[in-house]
Design a protein. Sequence first.
Length: 133
Amino acid sequence: MKILNNADLVTRFYQLIEDNNYAALKEICHEDFRFYSQLDTPLDIDGFLAQEKGNMDGFPGFTFRIHEMFVQNDKVACYLIFEGVNSATMHGVAPTNNSVRFSLMAMLTIKDGKVIEKRVHLNDADIQKQLDR
């Protein structure tokens, strides 16, 4: 596998999520990967992939685009925008068919050419409000 620079690796990370290619996503994550969403209670790679797939399954055809990226050494910060329609079941909950658009900030850490940590901050209340309309 070709070694990617940190910016290209993170771009690929989010493209694989958009492509629903979780097997390839796992390959570019470090064996010690940890995911922190808002709180300091991390998920390992399998927990992260299950959560991500469960979220994304509810939005067939969604987009998850990086709008800004800043790279410093082993850290990559991203400003992303997610857009999709909740037209399928998500974590066992029936679809609302509502459009959802939200931004989030992510900080990813790279080690040995792989993503070892992802931390995100987003507004869950805003997302829920859009789903409940």
